[in-house]
Design a protein around this ligand. Sequence first.
Ligand SMILES: NC(=O)c1ccc[n+]([C@@H]2O[C@H](COP(=O)([O-])OP(=O)(O)OC[C@H]3O[C@@H](n4cnc5c(N)ncnc54)[C@H](OP(=O)(O)O)[C@@H]3O)[C@@H](O)[C@H]2O)c1
Length: 163
Amino acid sequence: MWFLWFQAVSRLSHTWPIIHKAKVEAMTLDLALLRSVQHFAQAFKAKNVSLHVLVCNAAVFGLPWTLTKDGLETTFQVNHLGHFYLVQLLQDVLCRSAPARVVVVSSESHRFTDINDSSGKLDFSRLSPSKSDYWAMLAYNRSKLCNILFSNEVGFPQERLGP
Ligand SMILES: NC(=O)c1ccc[n+]([C@@H]2O[C@H](COP(=O)([O-])OP(=O)(O)OC[C@H]3O[C@@H](n4cnc5c(N)ncnc54)[C@H](OP(=O)(O)O)[C@@H]3O)[C@@H](O)[C@H]2O)c1
């Protein structure tokens, strides 16, 4: 245990001078509003900087049923669709910035649901359910399954994102 701790600290001490000099800037992004995602992507592109790692971490859990201004169930839009849209909008920047990565944070709970109907086809009504079909835990699990499916499929051409 101590050895692992020592290794971690010694690794950090190598990167500390870089971290110490890093310039950090916060930008606003509301994943529950597709227009906000668009504005964020435009504002980011206007900075003309590289994008090496995009971590899709934000999520909501256990919300009562609500629709976003875009007319979609909020858990689905915040946890999956907003990230999906953001990655599409920043795809060209990611490719230009190779080596680059998209990291999508999911949850083990994605295993406890599916989004197909009984014939095995994608059931769109399960993604953004009506109030009567809504259960917060299920909505979260489905959004986390979308995260997994998205990260499996996102694959930009390897040569464009680097090793
Ligand atoms: N915690 C767990 O036990 C657990 C387990 C498995 C997986 N995960 C996954 O790990 C990730 C992080 O979870 P966490 O527990 O650290 O979550 P958290 O503490 O609740 O933080 C969620 C973050 O998402 C942001 N967010 C919420 N709605 C947003 C919106 N509409 N637009 C933009 N950002 C929004 C929040 O921003 P504000 O602070 O500004 O509201 C907050 O920074 C999630 O993807 C979650 O599914 C968590």
